[in-house]
Design a protein around this ligand. Structure first.
Ligand code: DGY
Length: 324
């Protein structure tokens, strides 16, 4: 790393894995957040003063107001996440800043979690685990409790980007047949036999399981709602490892209560960590606390990918994951 680059000041808003922070510290003059305490917008603006860049996370909300108030020294916002709905990109652009994200490095970890959700929701991992842990296992029975088969079932994937394709690959190994809805149809090599549906409405009646793997955008907000849930066959299972806001909680909870939807597996929630409390009482949901990319290796690689982007920018090059 050359000396000029070392002088660049960088604010890292949340704690990152040690190896990632060590690499950041080598490259830049970093202000870390060892307590991992979220900044208020005012405190963030004060801390950012003099910094050329910010390494942020999906927990940090960068709305137009905050972006407008960032000190003039700040030229780049690099989020350590693939999702970037927490950043108002139009405001970033209007202020002439650059924003970057970290695609690719969390694909496998997130796809693994999607499969955990499918298996956990279908096979009753939540109630099974509770029964054993709480010493409420009544002993052998051929008829209860029973879950739902995964193998031989039809999986509809909403959003067939990197993560959707990685989910499809894993689901095929479980003997599932793949359908997908995506903005564009994949090449035959990418689709590997998956059936494309140009509309969500066209796909849902063909799904025993639905996995949400699209980005959160104004178009996908509440995409899974009372109308679209009603298009699924009775007894379908819904899993979400993308973003909570894609599902309308009221509609999903009502479908889980009526039994139209047999079970759900959710790793992400609107307003997390303050989830709709009714989910906690439903026996047919398998809940995880946004663990999609939560492995040490993946989180470290996400940090390093953000660092690559910041380094390229500091060197006057185009960052590989530039969003604006
Ligand atoms: C992402 O990278 O978007 C993950 O959801 C972690 O925030």
């Amino acid at each position: 790393m050359d000396r000029a680059e070392k002088r660049h000041k960088l604010l890292v808003t949340r704690k990152l894995p040690d190896d990632a922070e060590a690499a950041f510290a080598k490259a830049f003059d970093c202000q870390f957040n060892p307590e991992d305490k979220p900044y208020t917008p005012d405190a963030l603006c004060r801390a950012a003063d003099g910094c050329f860049g910010l390494a942020i996370t999906s927990m940090d909300k960068f709305n137009a107001d905050l972006i407008g108030k960032l000190p003039a020294s700040v030229k780049i916002i690099s989020t350590v996440s693939v999702g970037h709905e927490h950043i108002d990109l139009a405001a970033v652009k209007a202020k002439g800043l650059v924003a970057t994200n970290t695609p690719g490095v969390l694909t496998d970890a997130t796809a693994d979690i999607a499969l955990l959700l499918i298996l956990g929701a279908a096979r009753g991992a939540y109630w099974g685990e509770r029964m054993v842990r709480e010493n409420r296992w009544p002993g052998a029975s051929m008829v209860k409790p029973l879950g739902h088969d995964v193998s031989g079932q039809r999986l509809g994937i909403i959003g067939m980007g990197r993560i959707g394709q990685a989910v499809a690959k894993r689901a095929r190994a479980f003997g599932m047949t793949i359908h997908y809805h995506n903005r564009k149809e994949l090449s035959p090599a990418e689709a590997e036999g998956a059936t494309f549906h140009a509309t969500l409405e066209g796909m849902l009646p063909h799904c025993d399981f639905v996995s949400i793997n699209c980005a959160m955008t104004p178009e996908t907000k509440n995409l899974i709602n009372a109308r679209t849930l009603a298009l699924l066959p009775k007894g379908a299972i819904v899993v979400n490892s993308a973003r909570g806001g894609i599902v309308e909680d009221e509609a999903l909870i009502s479908a889980l209560t009526s039994g139209h939807i047999a079970a759900a597996g959710l790793d992400v929630f609107a307003g997390e960590p303050n989830i709709d409390p009714r989910y906690r009482d439903l026996p047919n949901v398998f809940l995880l606390p946004h663990l999609g990319s939560a492995t040490l290796r993946t989180r470290t690689n996400m940090g390093l990918r953000a660092l690559d982007n910041l380094t390229a920018f500091a060197q006057g090059k185009a960052p590989r994951d530039q969003l604006t």
